[in-house]
Design a binder for this molecule. Structure first.
Ligand code: THU
Length: 161
């Protein structure tokens, strides 16, 4: 038996193609980039979550001289959201970056690492509602997905226990 998996996403050339609240969210993720602590990789990432109470929760990557102790922007934001607003749902996440060593990479649209995808999946399952995803590059190009789960097909989850 052969099974094919496919995901659907949209590419936007500018934030003007997003709904207004998602434009705001993307802006917040760009602000979060400035709060990144990334002296080792010099790759500064910002994530912003739109909560069901309309609050925006920001996170940025925080590195450490002991490299594995560092944490990605997405998981900083997810942990903050769960701590500050445990009863609210996450409606959407926006992710932005600035690479302070390599300006030539600004065309790449950032896509979350595997661990962050796993964390987003758990957040979706926990709240039993989809999380929209906005991925961006510094030039303003965007990938938009309706559901964060689509980033991690055939995922491991608590269903496997
Ligand atoms: N990083 C994030 O914050 N989010 C991602 O989705 C990818 C990677 C961070 C981790 C590390 O501080 C730096 O970017 C380089 O990998």
């Amino acid at each position: 038996m052969k099974i094919e998996l496919s995901i659907e996403y949209q590419i936007f050339e500018s934030d003007q193609e997003l709904e207004e609240d998602l434009q705001e969210l993307l802006k917040a993720s760009k602000e979060a980039v400035k709060l990144s602590y990334a002296p080792y990789s010099k790759f500064h990432v910002g994530a912003a979550l739109l909560m069901s109470n309309r609050e925006i929760v920001k996170g940025s990557n925080q590195e450490n001289a002991s490299f594995p102790a560092g944490i990605c922007a997405e998981r900083v934001a997810l942990s903050a959201a769960s701590s500050f607003y445990p009863n609210e749902k996450i409606m959407a996440v926006a992710i932005s970056y600035h690479n302070s060593t390599d300006d030539s990479s600004t065309e790449n649209i950032l896509s979350p690492c595997g661990i962050c995808r796993q964390s987003l999946l758990e957040a979706t399952q926990r709240q039993q509602a989809h999380i929209k995803v906005i991925l961006s590059n510094p030039q303003g190009k965007i990938i938009y997905l309706k559901n964060a789960d689509d980033l991690l097909p055939l995922a491991f989850s608590s269903d496997h226990f």
